[in-house]
Ligand binder design. Sequence first.
Ligand SMILES: [Zn+2]
Length: 415
Amino acid sequence: MTTTPQIPAPAHTQADSMLSRHFGRETVNYFSSSPLNRLSFLRSEHPFLSAALRHPSTRFVLLKDLAPLTKTPSELYLAQYDEVRNLVPENFYDKPEEDMIKDFDSRKTTANLIFLGVDETRKQDGLAWKIYTGAPFFALDVTPKGCEEQQNGANAVISAMEAKGLSFFQSRVVMSFSADDAAIYAQARALADWNTRNNYCGTCGNPTLSVNSGTKRACPPTDAARVAEGKTLERPGCNTRTTLSNLSFPRTDPTIIVAVVSTDGKRILLGRSKRFPPNWYSTLAGFIEPAESVEDAVRREVWEEAGVTLSRVIIHSSQPWPYPANLMIGAIAQVSDPAHEEIHLLHDPELEDAKWFDVKEVEEALRVGTSALGEKAGAEYKEGGLRLPPPTAIANQLIRAAVNIDSLTAKGSKM
Ligand SMILES: [Zn+2]
């Protein structure tokens, strides 16, 4: 079954302001603009989290090996507390964080539970806490792992869900959700993945403890499990405890992605990798390196992969990409001298091909030749024509902006 996911449409993108008149309207990308208010300052407030856990309006996004529990490939299944209580005891947040760290016992693992935020459209039946009201959302990792009790709880939850005919949606990249579900899943997936990869302290190698409701991990100074092994309760010293913070934080890896416009503004530079289907091209992309600005990274990547020398680079929009922890920073860039447009693929042989495409051809491809990677192009597509990524990919939005370069600023458009 294929459905067309929607791009998010938050109210602010349509609002008038001096900035939007000058720079044009904001582009929002798939996986961004979550409908939840994250209320990040409540993540360590255990009385709030305790109340949220059992509130009837609360919903849980379940992940097994990062695959989301779904009703259909386009819709998340949102579980209620009764459906997960086998894995999340009612007293989960009873102790304050300080005591959880003090009483740490690495033998007693718990499932990763992550507070995602509150759906504030649910004012009527939502949880009221101080001045905030809404339906709390959590992500819960139900992968059977950890201690026996955790594994049994996880297996019980999975069996009950599968008995209801629900399934964990297996896909390398999930792009079939509605805009709201996609943004919620992106946050859940990125944090579940980060927690799984950080079970051990990066400095001393000892087990860590999830705190701040799944958004930080501590390296506790003691571990009751050591006593059972005839060791001291105190763990060996660790630098993460002697400096300001004993925590590690989730990662976000910045990546650049760029649509390049020719000197005369009439052609767009696109490239293809070997894994793309025939005739499929996209924008160039790569990781930002330490001590590099976004603009420097754009210029370096395009020169390394295509041999083209850029001049002006502008940042256009960005897209969270939870596979596993990227933030795609989208740019439009232009070459200022025709001599700098010559393509050379041999510096860094990452691309199979790179080519300048006439704007007319790109416009036609945007109309008839876009699809998700594994899918067929539209009915009007003619074999041999250029194919491009779908609107859920920031590459598509950048290409769209680049072919309309005059309207990038409100001055050049009818706005
Ligand atoms: Zn440590």
